[in-house]
Design a protein around this ligand. Sequence first.
Ligand code: UPG
Ligand code: MN
Length: 757
Amino acid sequence: MGRGGSRGGGGGGCGSGGGGREEAADPLQPLFETKEAKGRVAYKLFACTIMVGICLIWLYRIVQLIPRGGGDHDDDQEGRSWAWIGMFMAELWFGFYWIITQPVRLNVRYRLPFKDRLSSRYEDKLPGVDIFVCTADPVMEPPTLVINTILSVMSYNYPPEKLSVYLSDDGGSEFTFYALLEASNFSKYWIPFCKKFNVEPRNPEAYFAQETYHDQEWLAIKIKYEEMKNRIESATAQERISREIRDQYRGFSEWNDKVTKQNHQSIVQIIIDGRDTKAVDKEGCQLPTLVYMAREKRPKRPHNFKAGAMNSLIRVSSEISNGSIILNVDCDMYANNADSIREALCFFMDEKRGHEIAFVQHPQTFNNITQNDLYGNNNLVVKQVELAGIGGYDVALYCGTGCFHRRESLSGREYSKDYRGNRDKEANKNFEKKVHELEEVSKVLANCSYETDTQWGKEMGLVYGCAVEDIVTGLTIQCKGWKSMYYNPERNAFLGVAPTTLDTALVQFKRWSEGMFQIFFSKYCPFIYGHGKIKLGAQMGYCIYLLWATLSLPTLYYVIVPPLYLLHGISLFPKVSSMWFIPFAYVFIANRVYSLIEALNCGSTVKIWWNLQRMWMIRRTTAFLFAFMDVIIKQLGLSHTAFVLTSKVVTEDVSNRYEQEIMEFGSSSIMFTMLGKFAILNLFCLVGATFKKVVLQDFGALENLISQVFLCGMMILINLPVYEAMFFRKDKGCLPFSVMFKSIVLASLACLIMPMI
Ligand SMILES: O=c1ccn([C@@H]2O[C@H](COP(=O)(O)OP(=O)(O)O[C@H]3O[C@H](CO)[C@@H](O)[C@H](O)[C@H]3O)[C@@H](O)[C@H]2O)c(=O)[nH]1
Ligand SMILES: [Mn+2]
């Protein structure tokens, strides 16, 4: 991409590059189109065969459980009855979960917006758009990362007088504030440069990383960027802002010795006032409004994490710019397509359906995915099949970032049949108040006490009390009668930073699976709360994710019990020669083969798929398990929701290993001990069982145990990187000795104790 050599492509002047107006304004043509995915009938047939297989498996477990005198059943039946029931339970749950994942696969739909039609019809009536960027910690989310996101959204291809960008800083950091000031200056050069050369992406860091020398103008702006970055980084490194800079901007007076992350007054600074005709870039074009906000924080007051920040932003922005469309991005999610706002507006402004749409969600995509996606961050099947399938029911999962909202629905308004949208409403800027007055009023809106005895966090704004505030908020909006759109464009609209260590990846999945399971248990359970409001297929679609945590139990059972029984020569599956073997083999193999084909179809490779299978195994046996336990503990009222931020920075050493796709362990977290234990257990069991058979020369019994040998073998194969990290690697990212020791002890204990139960 990039400038594409198209000098003068965007042309000079202050135009926002509306695009083709040639097309005749035909009001009958929709602004977006929906396409159904192909192959539904074939899939239905396939799914039916799997369903039959699952039923046969269930039937086998039941039939074999009922004791029969004599006959052809195995001799060791008595000894295995509890284990047998466990297998049945696990398979019951796997089967049930599989059913949950089916409706979405039968309803995949893609959306296609027509931004040229939008421009030709509504170029003069485009709505005001407020962009919210959230950051929470200047160390885990460095200021340069944050302002790169800010710059990318400030330079959207959209009339700047209708664009306002808000940064919420939960870190309350003067370094972030300083970086934002620097960015506002740099934007005077960056925005005209982007528009003149049609730059993509408009995140300077990403842009300069992908382009090589063009010409003097290019070099000049690159140097300007580097200098700014150096100033910011050196201020952060020295942990102080020089007197000189402090004196230049009145805003710094908000920071004194008493201000800490957890304890400070509200800070609202309008850095660029979009109403000010003097706020122009170096070409004399208007700049978008830019606001810094750090809501009040007090140690004893719950701040509700990102949801709290978003709600403050909704109120503060309603005072300052009140754009009728709100775009919400995380601080690491930069805009990767300058036309995204226009594409999203096609949904909101469509004459026929636009008024019923509350939000348009883009999938989460990342710019730091390695070739084989070691940590399974870029799950193409989820993006292209599952989410698009839920989207087929006019329901999108609000994912907290990359989402365009209608301000009214986000603020709590219910949909009604008479609602026709606010298509013709101009951006409603507050023209009466002076900047200083606006700031003072806004500070009150960002105070802790403002929400006391109000519906904020319940019926208004983002819902509080859940680690996945986004998912639950989306659901409440849908249950108020609104539709939502899932839109996965060809060119990714946003790119973020994916976790680069196993630990961060699991922390994130623990938060997600915990938050989602919590929703399932709360009054927001889609089957109850959504009953009659969203379609059953969509309710089930939600539950694919809400029930993640529950998958931990059957998976754990499967990685522990069959291997142990194998070691002791007890079979838990039908013999190969038995007819009952067929459904087991079919369901397992057909499902995995289908999953592979589905992944390949979505543009994955065999290796990516294999890595993802490993990640699912790891997530299910660690992150999901801890999430499951935490939700149960919370249900008992023993603890409260927390939000563990995922770090966006790592040391160079770690980053190198990530580039080389070497799994990063490095710490002795309990999750890794679990992981190690299961890996060792399966290894012991397979080796032990083979050894016994060799010694006893008893290969005939193997026929009964072949399924368990296979399961164990798969576990070992998928865990190869774990053994490697435990026994062979010497770098800092390997598994510490203590983990190896604990894993071996625990696995041996399990092998020894088993015959006693
Ligand atoms: O007290 C807080 C905590 C977090 N954040 C912001 O929330 C965003 C997401 O945090 P991150 O640590 O990056 O979590 P992820 O797991 O990457 O986030 C995903 O999952 C979250 C819900 O668990 C959603 O809120 C996010 O939008 C979604 O991208 C970041 O911009 C943070 O700055 C705050 O503003 N205040
Ligand atoms: Mn993130």
